[in-house]
Design a protein around this ligand. Sequence first.
Ligand code: SF4
Ligand code: SF4
Length: 99
Amino acid sequence: MALLITNECINCSACEPVCPNSAIYEGGISWKLDQKSFETLCNDHFFIVPEKCTECVGFHNEPQCAAVCPADCIIIDPDNVESKEELIIKKGKLDFIHL
Ligand code: SF4
Ligand code: SF4
């Protein structure tokens, strides 16, 4: 499953550099995948792009963003639930895409 940043986010930016998939963006910033640019998902705080988040599967044993977040505001996204097998496949596809 992908993770989600709630509006408890204090915009500290600690999570963004630890994401192995470059799935985290500052609020108001357009996000990128496969050399295409997409509209921001949130204007008020940092956000996670579900298409790019693998819950750190293939890189780390636990979600790195949630581990460093001082506000504990990174949670499981109930609208983007994926099995471990699906996340492994997703990670494999992202390996061949410009993040
Ligand atoms: S769980 Fe991992 S892949 Fe997903 S946004 Fe957080 S750091 Fe990035
Ligand atoms: S680490 Fe947490 S509080 Fe800081 S920007 Fe990321 S989600 Fe927001």
